[in-house]
Design a protein around this ligand. Structure first.
Ligand code: HEM
Length: 186
């Protein structure tokens, strides 16, 4: 252990900022240009279902994209089930990851969930539209059997993002699991 650097009395906080909008510091990386419309925190409501579930559910969702000046986005999403009066029922899915923006409208994403699922996704990203499909799904030993997913985000009007999520899991082919409409906060 003797070759480790000395620990200062007060270790500094991470000295680089994280930007939630294209105008905030640091300046976005050139390669991130096609993805700048995604930056910020989006909040809204959605509906979901699956053949294995009794009926549909309604949920609220919060999605955040930020960057630190390099050509990738930090991604975080949280969801909770809500009742007919919009009140919170319980926490639902959450996930976080990284979107690696590539040249020529391509994107790669790594997304992990506390349910033991890790998705590697590839797809396209352009102005107001991104469409990713799973390239690989890794599961912890006790995770549900998810074999594929597809996620589409479309800017349908100014500051409004529509999200559609398809799922292949527990013996069912790729089909609709979630659809939501989110608004950019701030
Ligand atoms: C906004 C995000 C999401 C919401 C609100 C949501 C909601 C739900 C709900 C309410 C259920 C029924 C079981 C339960 O009550 O927990 C469920 C089941 C399930 N969800 Fe989601 N989900 C979301 C995202 C995802 C994602 C990203 C995946 C996979 C990548 C996923 C995969 C599954 C699977 C595998 C099941 C179990 C199906 C079964 O065994 O019957 N969900 N989801």
């Amino acid at each position: 252990m003797s070759d480790l650097p000395n620990l200062p009395d007060r270790a500094p906080a991470y000295p680089y900022s994280e930007a939630l909008s294209p105008e905030a510091a640091p300046q976005p990386h050139e390669q991130l240009k096609p993805a700048l419309w995604l930056l910020g925190t989006w909040r809204g409501r959605g509906r979901g279902g699956y053949p294995t579930l009794d009926g549909e559910f309604t949920y609220a969702q919060e999605v955040t994209f930020s960057h630190d000046g390099r050509p990738f986005l930090r991604y975080e999403a949280r969801a909770w089930l809500i009742d007919d009066e919009d009140g919170p029922l319980r926490p639902a899915a959450r996930e976080s990851g990284w979107w690696r923006v590539q040249p020529e409208g391509r994107v790669e994403a790594l997304i992990t969930q506390p349910t033991g699922i890790a998705e590697i996704m590839v797809g396209t990203l352009g102005e107001g539209l991104t469409d990713l499909s799973s390239h690989g799904v890794a599961l912890t030993p006790t995770a549900k059997d998810v074999t594929a997913t597809r996620r589409r985000y479309t800017l349908t009007e100014d500051s409004v993002l529509d999200f559609v999520h398809d799922l292949a899991a527990v013996g069912h082919s790729l089909q609709h699991h979630l659809g939501a409409r989110l608004r950019l906060e701030g």
